[in-house]
Design a protein around this ligand. Structure first.
Ligand SMILES: C[S@@+](CC[C@H](N)C(=O)[O-])C[C@H]1O[C@@H](n2cnc3c(N)ncnc32)[C@H](O)[C@@H]1O
Length: 242
């Protein structure tokens, strides 16, 4: 008599933050999840380059683990982004439906402007039964202030994070209420931000950290000396008005 095989139990997706660059800045919990996974996914790097999360993990991805680079294009077109997220979700779902456990590695923390969120949202929309776990990581502002030897916030200070500066008015407005401002992706706007800092006499209270926690980390302080800086993508600015 034919008896249908029991349905394969679904695999789980676990998002892990792998930290800002120093491989030792991964949590014990994230490492354990990584070691248990059948499949290790991460955002694909630019052509010819390993993705940053993949580089941070290095040989912690074991030879027996399947690598799954996923495409998260560096574009702003919402339709193109949606298509990429849906495609990444479909790739992951195929493996979860086969009962394979997938870990998705995200640079820094996965919930702090991380690509993991878009993958998780697309999966939950298409397959509400999906089981997702999240393991946090050290995010870049934390690594940057540690490198600078300053606190990020203290006492009643208000913190603002501007993920990308779409207008200088945003920065001016934010400086009216936040004692601490972190500018991500500062490389593309540094030359426009500098005069604003000068106007508010904040050049000596602002710092740029490039590739925080990585061996080639760079720090720029006393920014009155640097009206122009050619900064890579992994750069951020901390402004402390107090
Ligand atoms: C899309 S956000 C991702 C943030 C990341 N998930 C985190 O937890 O830090 C990318 C921006 O974060 C900042 N960033 C990430 N890692 C960095 C690092 N190691 N050093 C300096 N800035 C970094 C840069 O401003 C970069 O443009």
């Amino acid at each position: 008599m034919f008896s249908p095989a029991a349905a394969t139990p679904l695999g789980t997706l676990t998002g892990i933050g792998v930290g800002p660059g120093d491989p030792d800045l991964i949590t014990v919990k994230a490492l354990a999840a990584l070691q248990r996974a059948t499949v290790v996914a991460y955002p694909r790097g630019r052509p010819g380059q390993a993705g940053w999360a993949e580089q941070i993990l290095g040989d912690r991805i074991a030879p027996h683990q399947r690598r799954l680079p996923l495409d998260f294009p560096f574009v702003t077109d919402p339709a193109q982004l949606q298509r990429a997220w849906q495609q990444a979700a479909a790739q992951v779902w195929t493996l979860l439906a086969q009962g394979q456990d997938v870990v998705f590695a995200c640079e820094g923390d996965l919930s702090f402007y991380g690509t993991f969120t878009y993958l998780a949202e697309a999966l939950e929309r298409a397959h509400p039964e999906v089981v997702i776990h999240r393991i946090p990581g050290v995010c870049s502002p934390m690594a940057a202030v540690s490198a600078l030897g300053i606190p990020l916030t203290k006492q009643g200070e208000k913190l603002a994070v501007l993920p990308a500066l779409y207008s200088l008015a945003d920065l001016e407005q934010t400086l009216t209420w936040a004692e601490v401002v972190v500018l991500l992706k500062v490389g593309s706007v540094y030359a426009q931000v500098w005069p604003v800092l000068k106007k508010h006499q904040l050049l000596h209270r602002s710092w740029v950290v490039v590739r925080a926690s990585q061996p080639n980390q760079e720090i720029y302080r006393d920014l009155d000396r640097f009206p122009q800086l050619d900064l890579p993508y992994f750069s951020l600015m901390v402004i402390r008005s107090a």
